[in-house]
Design a protein around this ligand. Structure first.
Ligand code: TEU
Ligand code: CA
Length: 579
């Protein structure tokens, strides 16, 4: 789409507050810590900060279980700190996006406490309560076979009121009942509360889950031989989703100049996504789709091993599908390779042995992925530490260092299976894909614990901080940090073509080289990436005169090697070279 909007031209930096920067030596990152790094972020050249939840929470799922939507959790600071953060960002011409987690609350939220108190409680209907079923032997059974995202049944039995409640994630994260009008009204009011504090938008956690399949039907059997089944397709993208989202727009968002990005992990069809973000729909601005994230998942999520591995053509297909579809249909993409739920991209998108062992290769791969990402159409997202090329947790850390509830639940399941192969698969998946890889503290300098904290960090810091940290990289013109900085500058300088331009994937069948072209009027840009460890040649197809014209000595270029090697319409691409 050519319609210009500030949030299309912005680069967004995600902060996971616990692991960003600790200011008071309690080992937990906090809001004053973020404030102390605003100049660093401004220098990097990002425009918007999205902060994962800082609301009051018992942290069963690290802040994604909120017990008070209007309070800052004391471990992160207080409301005054949050206001200072907003002011500090605005003073630098930057903005703040907050996380909005309204599919579920914490079980400690007073709404749920009240709801579960009695069947006659005023807020009973604010959550999803159902009677049990009984099997042939008369055993009590949950209302359906839905498996929660973090394992086990999605229904929890409440002894006091003798009904089950729904929780698509942990049992400590009961799902709100969006069918109930009071719930919607409360959420709208809470959103206004934050927007009136001059917050510039929301990242909406699993927002496609607010409407579920009517009647809560059983999920089809995908994994034979057991009762519980993956049910994401049934608890997401339900019949009232668009109505609810339009309500948010009409009642809240339309009165402010803010941006929204919806997290929709199970929305795999661009046609469905367009119904949420199409420019004429009056719903959200953009969403996170998970095609690239899940291409290495098996049929039962992150911890099941896929039948076949992805190759570069899989990745290209996904990129092309979303890029072209949104440009042609006036939608808008969000482009991202990392988040607090994903491993580090340098360890995931190439064989992690390569980047683990060789710092030169690691920096090169980090820059290659930066180029791949920032050349695309859409709003660019960078996750904390990605700008430094931070990598996955080392192999020799014991499972106990992985603190995430999802990892620990999957580990327990693997143990309970008593099966060696299941345990091996789990460990293999954990080393590659656990959410914990993104959650080790940011490596600021070479002092103890990477300068993250003067105390004992809540999560172990990756030992490679001695040679791999922000202090070293900010004053080194050839670092990953400096490369990201340049990439973001170039994107701004050439925003017509790089942000608003069209997209074309070239060399679609090539398993080693990825090439795409962007164009806007007479302006053109070409991104060429060698995804292998070998030196290769790439020659544009002879009939593509305009592409040949781009592969030319005097074109302006940016790459992860000093000089680009080109001779008469041919590029020599060194290991993991990107230009
Ligand atoms: O994530 C949604 C989500 O489903 C991911 O957690 C991921 O797909 C899952 O790990 C499956 O492997 C959001 C938040 O980003 C995440 O941190 C929360 O845990 C989750 O919602 C619940 O609020
Ligand atoms: Ca702290």
């Amino acid at each position: 789409s050519n319609r210009r909007r500030w949030w299309k031209e912005s680069s967004i930096y995600q902060i996971y507050p616990s692991s960003f920067k600790d200011s008071n030596a309690d080992g937990i990152g906090d809001i004053p810590g973020i404030i102390s790094k605003l100049d660093y972020l401004h220098d990097l050249g990002v425009d918007i900060i999205w902060v994962s939840p800082v609301y009051k929470s018992p942290d069963k799922d690290m802040g994604y279980d909120i017990s008070d939507y209007r309070a800052i959790d004391p471990k992160y600071g207080n409301m005054h700190d949050l206001e200072q953060l907003v002011d500090g960002l605005h003073a630098r011409g930057m903005k703040l996006v907050m996380d909005l987690v309204v599919n579920h609350t914490s079980d400690q939220h007073e709404w749920f406490q009240d709801s579960k108190n009695s069947r006659r409680s005023e807020r009973r209907n604010w959550y999803v309560w159902r009677d049990p079923k009984f099997d042939d032997q008369g055993n009590r059974m949950p209302p359906n076979n839905w498996q929660a995202v973090f394992g086990g049944s999605a229904w929890e039995w409440d002894q006091t009121t003798e009904q089950y409640y729904l929780h698509c994630f942990l049992k400590e994260q009961p799902d709100l009942n969006w069918e109930c009008e009071e719930v919607r009204k409360e959420v709208f009011e809470m959103m206004r509360f934050w927007l009136d504090k001059k917050v510039d938008g929301f990242r909406m956690d699993v927002i496609e889950l607010i409407s579920k399949a009517s009647g809560f039907p059983d999920a089809p059997v995908i994994i034979p031989g057991r009762f519980l089944q993956p049910a994401e397709k049934l608890f997401s993208n339900g019949p009232r989703l668009h109505e609810f989202l339009r309500g948010i727009r009409a009642q809240v968002l339309s009165r402010y100049d803010v941006m929204t990005v919806g997290e929709t992990p199970w929305m795999t069809e661009p046609e469905d996504a367009l119904k949420v973000i199409g420019a004429d729909r009056g719903e959200l601005d953009m969403l996170f789709q998970f095609d690239m994230i899940t291409m290495d998942f098996g049929n039962n999520g992150r911890y099941s091993w896929p039948k076949s591995q992805w190759d570069l053509r899989t990745l290209k297909g996904i990129m092309e599908k979303w890029q072209t579809f949104m440009i042609e249909n006036d939608g808008w993409n969000s482009v991202c390779l990392e988040s607090h739920d994903q491993p580090r991209c340098v360890s995931r998108f190439v064989d992690r042995k390569i980047t683990d062992d060789d710092p030169v290769m690691r920096a090169r791969v980090a820059k290659m992925l930066a180029t791949l990402e920032a050349g695309q159409s859409g709003t660019i997202y960078i996750y904390q530490g990605q700008e430094l090329g931070m990598k996955n947790i080392p192999y020799d850390w014991p499972v106990e260092e992985y603190l995430d509830c999802e990892t620990q639940n999957a580990y327990k399941n693997a143990q309970e299976s008593g099966d060696r192969e299941t345990m091996e698969d789990f460990l293999r998946a954990m080393h590659l894909k656990a959410r914990d890889h993104a959650r080790t503290p940011v490596q600021w300098d070479s002092t103890p614990h990477g300068g993250f904290t003067a105390g004992k960090p809540w999560m172990r810091v990756n030992e490679d901080y001695h040679s791999w940290n922000a202090a070293l990289q900010t004053c080194d013109g050839s670092s990953v940090f400096s490369f990201w900085k340049r990439v973001l500058q170039v994107r701004k300088q050439h925003k017509d073509v790089l942000i608003y331009g069209d997209f074309e994937m070239l060399a679609k069948e090539d398993k080693e080289v990825l090439v795409y072209k962007r164009m806007y009027g007479k302006q053109q840009a070409l991104v060429v990436v060698n995804f292998t460890e070998e030196t290769l040649e790439w020659t544009p197809p002879p009939e593509r005169k305009e592409v040949i014209a781009l592969v030319r000595e005097d074109c302006r270029k940016l790459g992860n090697y000093e000089e680009l090697e080109m001779e008469a319409g041919k590029m020599v691409l060194r290991p993991f070279e990107a230009a």
